[in-house]
Write a protein that binds this ligand. Sequence first.
Ligand code: PGA
Length: 256
Amino acid sequence: MRRYLISGNWKMNTTRATGVELVKALAAGCEGDESVDVLVFPPAPYLIPILDAVKGTSIQVGAQNAYFEEPGAYTGEVGLEMLQDIGCETLLVGHSERRHVFGETDELLNRKVKVALDKGFRVVLCVGELLSERQDDRTNEVLDTQMAGGLKDVTAEQLGQVVIAYEPVWAIGTGHTASPEQADAAHANIRGWLATNYSTDAAEAMQILYGGSVKADNAAELLGQPNVDGALVGGASLKASAFLPIIQAGIAATKG
Ligand code: PGA
């Protein structure tokens, strides 16, 4: 059975103090039951204090972004070696804000994915369609293109270090969650793409997270879908009182 992964994308939010307080509260809330994995993506300047704060707990920490080049003249960028140097080896790639606000293409994202995997990172690759693409009935086609683009030249062996997050762009930060059926259908399509392009075993093993307005009151239903293996939570991951119930929903779904 696939393990559930409940992750929180803090985006450009929190302060050092509120971030540390948040992970301490999450660690305390998760103590004693590690049946789901819990992962947070703090802003880059707070990675070190957050990594320190989670030492000895089950909370995992990833970076929201990094550049694929070796150290050098890339003003403003954070290198993958720098993340490894501080003990951070999970990377979020392809979030819709990186694609749409910062213009990152599948080609550029693929370079991040490849180099990060080559260096041993776990990569959480986000894919998802725009509202107009869904309305044009192009959701599966868009997902297939993003999967093929993001995972180009990723080997079957490396695929074990990949997690996919399905995040319909129209559901991110809007309060409009995909229905459990819409989420499950998109996840099934992603799993089908993996079966065709890798193997049924690889498709079955893949953790596929849903993201887009996940909250305490819709988490149980989404996580109860057969193809949904966790969540990537934005707004509701910024307060322990909002995020812990989503983790609890994951634990309940695991126990079935
Ligand atoms: P949201 O964000 O939960 O605030 O919709 C999800 C995400 O962007 O990862």
